[in-house]
Design a protein around this ligand. Structure first.
Ligand SMILES: [Fe+2]
Ligand SMILES: [Fe+2]
Length: 474
């Protein structure tokens, strides 16, 4: 166990030292003598008078005759566990704060303990700093920093690749105001641990917003937001996030797509939207996509969500790559906002040659729009520029060769065509995934990259069309 007892102790003592002349009393409850002594030592170093008890039952007896200013207890103990003890304390004297020490496998118990009224949680392995900060928060001497839901980003549990050291602290959400740290930065997240979380029904974990930005490699233009740019109200952001969620769930989710995989991809995209909506420039772009035509935002979201699904299917699990695919999918048609709504609302078969030529400039118009944004990765710009290039070399706007097309643009090209067919628009009433794939195969499949086409077929769980089988693309 890596318990850094003396780490930062001097600073903590200065910051949180109890300066009152009388000693305060803490009851430390743990059946593990080593851990109990450790917590007692940390508390005595702060002039607390410490009493120890080996389990909840003994603690209950002591509490009948002695009052305490604080209880620090383990959860798993014989006779009476920490949750039952918390319940008893809170029933008797609600004012006594209770800090529970939790192990990673006690996730469900942590939820229960929160409902029972536990004030703070300290995950094992802990440092003296963790204990003293929890104590200080119970005493109102340290600001409660981790209380706003918007300070955290949700990540589907499948996204945590097991067996890898984590660079971020990971949290479990107990309520809108309460998040408990369940893994420290620098720990190894084992396969067993991920599996245990899943079997306990945990679908999401949380990262701090700043950590999430690093996790996906995206920094917002904070300077512009705080000094020069318009500020986005929480209300505006909430409306956009709600609209996004509704569109994804109602118009983009399709029968035949595995709901677990779909949920994981759509949650990734929804989290991305709430993250990028903090950037003033990107928020303006999202707003314009949302208001330009009825279907443009739905189409863009569809390409983003299905893009992430395909990325997952071909093994692009790195969060930074998934984020680029998601953002590229969302912004691929941003150039549409410079095309007349009247033209985009007409079926393409009714377009004149001039109108078609104008339309085919939209990838270049899109690049003009995003090139001013410093936080857009070059891969995302290439997705925008090349999403209509073709593996036959006859795409637009530049008719570049297959080998020159960015792999993420090839992926988005497949998903773009698919979404044109499955999400309703002036050219399609909205087909099923099976019908859409059949339609794609009745057209010119050579223009698509076979690897991503095959991944789409797998994601949609439709039989492999004869044309793909016969060309030995799989
Ligand atoms: Fe396009
Ligand atoms: Fe598109």
């Amino acid at each position: 166990m890596t318990i850094g007892i003396f780490r930062s102790l001097d600073k903590i003592m200065t910051d949180h030292m109890d300066t009152s002349p009388e000693h305060k009393r803490v009851l430390v409850v743990d059946d593990d003598d080593e851990l109990s002594s450790l917590v007692a030592e940390i508390m005595r170093s702060q002039n607390w008078e410490v009493t120890t008890a080996q389990n909840g039952r003994i603690a209950q007896q002591i509490l009948k005759t002695t009052s305490f200013d604080l209880v620090i207890s383990d959860i798993q103990m014989p006779e009476m566990n920490g949750i039952e003890l918390t319940r008893l304390i809170k029933k008797g004297n609600k004012k006594t704060p209770v800090i529970l020490i939790t192990a990673f496998h006690e996730l469900l118990e942590t939820h229960e303990a929160h409902s029972a009224g536990a004030d703070e949680f300290v995950p094992k392995p802990f440092s003296s700093e963790d204990i003293l900060l929890a104590v200080a928060r119970c005493q109102g001497k340290a600001a409660e920093k981790e209380t706003k839901e918007s300070d955290y980003c949700r990540v589907a549990i499948h996204d945590f690749v097991s067996g890898r050291q984590i660079n971020y602290s990971i949290y479990l959400r107990l309520s809108a105001e309460k998040f408990v740290k369940i893994a420290h930065r620098g720990e190894d997240l084992s396969t067993e641990r991920i599996q245990l979380y899943k079997t306990k029904g945990v679908k999401h974990l949380y990262l701090h917003l700043d950590d999430f930005r690093r996790y996906v490699g995206f920094q917002i233009n904070v300077l512009k937001m705080t000094k020069d740019g318009p500020t986005i109200t929480e209300e505006e952001k909430r409306e956009l996030v709600t609209r996004t969620h509704e569109l994804v769930q109602e118009q983009i989710r399709r029968e035949g797509i595995d709901p677990n995989n779909f949920d994981s991809a759509s949650e990734f995209v929804e989290t991305m939207i709430s993250l990028i909506a903090d950037d003033a420039d990107l928020y303006d772009i999202l707003k314009s996509l949302n208001s330009h035509t009825d279907y443009l935002y739905a189409h863009s979201l569809g390409v983003s969500v299905y893009g992430v699904l395909i990325a997952q299917n071909v093994g692009w699990h790195l969060p930074t790559n998934k984020f680029k695919v998601a953002l590229g999918g969302l912004l691929h048609d941003v150039g549409h906002r410079e095309i007349d709504v009247d033209l985009l609302s007409k079926p393409r078969r009714n377009w004149s040659l001039d109108e078609l030529n104008k339309y085919e400039q939209h990838p270049l118009r899109g690049i003009d729009i995003v090139k001013q944004l410093p936080n857009i990765a070059s891969d995302v710009s290439q997705i925008i520029k090349e999403h209509h290039e073709s593996c036959t070399g006859k795409g637009y706007p530049n008719s570049i060769r297959r080998s020159m097309i960015h792999p993420m643009a090839k992926l988005i090209a497949v998903v773009d065509e698919f979404c044109e067919l499955v999400i309703s628009n002036p050219d399609s009433p909205g087909m099923s995934p099976k019908e859409a794939i059949e339609r794609m195969f009745s057209l010119d499949t050579e223009k698509f990259d076979a690897h991503f086409l095959e991944a789409l077929i797998k994601v949609c769980k439709v039989p492999i069309p004869e044309k793909l089988r016969s060309t030995r693309m799989v």
